[in-house]
Every structure is written in C-alpha cells, then in structure tokens.
Write a new protein. Sequence first.
Length: 385
Amino acid sequence: MNERNPLRRRILVTLGVIVLFRLGQSLPAPQTGRLPLSDHSWRWILDLLTGGRLATVFGFGVLPCLVAPFVLRALIVLSPRLAALRAEGEAGARVLARYRRRIVVVLGLLGAVGLVVFRGQDVLDGAVTVACLTAGTAVVLRLTELITERGFGHGVRILLLAQVLAVLPPEFLRLYERKGWAAVAVTTVVTLSVTVITIVVAQGQRRVPVQYAKRMIGRRAFGGTPSYIPLRLPQANSPAVLAAVLLSVPVLLFGLEDAWWIAVYFVLVCLFAFVRAAVAQNMDKVADELVRAGGFVPGIRPGNWTAEYLDYVNRRIIAFGAFGLGVVALIPVAGLALLGVTPATLFVAGVTLQVVLVFLVSVSLDTTRQIESLRRQRRYEPFLR
C-alpha cells in the first residue's frame, strides 16, 4: 500500500473495517435465535440500534459503544476520583479512555446475560452465548478505534451509519407491502425535508465582524486584519428526545389521541432547544477574550457593550435555530401520523426516525470535510517541502 497516499489508505481501511463488521453481523452466534418481538415499531427501533442481527457474533452492534460515554459521564459526576482524572489533561484522558473501553465490555456482558435470561437458556448454552456476544462486543470496540485512528471519521458513527443503511432498505420494502405507494411517498418527502433542513441548520452561521488593532513590535506592524466570530445555530437531538419522553407518559397513561399533542410537542422542542443553547453560550467570556486580544466589533464599544450586542445577536440566531429544530422534529411525527401510527409509539418512532436522518446527514458532512482536508493537504504538500 502506498504510504504517500493517505487518502487511499484511509478509504481502504474504512471500507475493510465496514466489511468485517457486516460479516460479523451475518455470522450466527451459537445457541441463539430470533427474538419474539411482535410490535413493529419497537422491533424497528431495535433493528436500527443493533443492525437487525441480534442473534449474531456482533449482535449488539455499536450500541455498547454508544452507551458507554454516557455511563462514564455519569460516573465522573458521581466520583471525585474520576473528576480529578478529567482535570489532569492528556494523562487523565488516557486513563478515562481505558475505563470507557472496560465499560463497553461490561455493557456487552450485561446485555448478553439479559438476552440469555430472556430466552431462558440452560447454563451451558447460556455461557457459550454470553462468551460469544461479549467477545464480539470487544472486537467491535477495536474496529471502531481502528477507523478513528486510521480511517475516516469517528469509528462508532461510521459503523452505526453502515448498520443503519443495511436495515433501512428492508424496512422500506415492508412499509411498501403494508401501506402501498402512499407510505413510500410520505417517507420520501419526510426524508428529503429533514435532510435539507438539517444541512441548512448544520452549515448556517452568523459571522459577526471583528477588527484587531495594529501593534508595533520592533519595526514591524502586526494585527489589524479583519476577522469574524461565528455564531452557529443550535444542533442537537436531545430536545426532541426530552419532549417525546414528557409527552409519551400522558399518552401512554391516559390514551389521549388529540392532534393538538403534536403542536405541544413542537413548542416543547423549540423551548428546550432555545434554553439549552442560551445556557451553553457565554458571550461575556467571548467579549473578555476579544479585549485581551486587542479586538473589537466595529461600531460597538469593547467590554460590556460588546457582550450585550453579541448576546442580542446570538439570541436571535438560536431562536431561529430552535424553530428549525422544531420543524425538523415535527416532520417525522406528522408523517407517521399520516401513516396511521398509534399515539402510543408515535413520538418514540418519530424521534427515532429524526435522530437517524440527522445522524446520517451529520456523519456524511463530517466525513466529506475530512476527505476535503486530506485532499488539500496532499495537493499543497509539494509546496511545503
């Protein structure tokens, strides 16, 4: 393999790992069978998370790798020792990475034990199944790290994208067999709408112009070049997940089927997205950093006046972004409602479809940016020698 062509090498590594991953999801695990899940919506969600092959060597897919970072964050909040490791910098990050790997294997072990208990297997067959699925989880963890280190993008996201794309075509075929061409048309409109709006939200930003004062160092002048502060739109799926959880409880308990619950869902998503983005961004800190660097916004006094101006502009930006996230969350739910999905699973299935579509778009954009960066690096490499 030509080491002077990192782009080709990374592509081959990524494709090779994806092929191995899908082969592992096609290799049946011993003493396992198909789970008796009758509910179509919940089975579809489980297939998306596991690749539709739960009774295989890589049966859990990248699900343990997805859950492990959230478990580690919760442990960091609860454990002062882990919090101290996070504050140590690079050395602490390496230790936390080892803990994360162990959590992934433990989650795979617990999932395998739960699967064996659910199926009611005997001790010997259950031990073989647990060992096989746990080892498969460890191998998947290594495959994700291999893509992250030597391939394109984040390994967990790339493999999740591969298994989602493997599950979606059969699901569309089942949807056509059950609902006909109308369901295919609605799904196509939902997919295109969510994709376009997600790209606009992901790429959109408000560039606030910034000017830096000239400074004389010796006989040379430095600074004075114009720049900008990028204010980006909020980009998160957690508001939709939180709103769906809050609304699913009364729907499941009281069996409410009124259409205005969808409007409440839209308002909650916009509100949660706006509040989260407003709390996460500190314009006072940005204004202080501008003062220390000798920068200022043209026409605005440095200090508190700049912070107030940036906060005013930022709130308008995140308000527009929160509305966009509300529309993105509303489109899948409205499409599923047209297809006759029951209210008990409407919000869960709608959020799952939204998260999957947004995830596909974000992974595609990140991978495209990385490929373009490597292409530019290779193009200008002869001039840097």
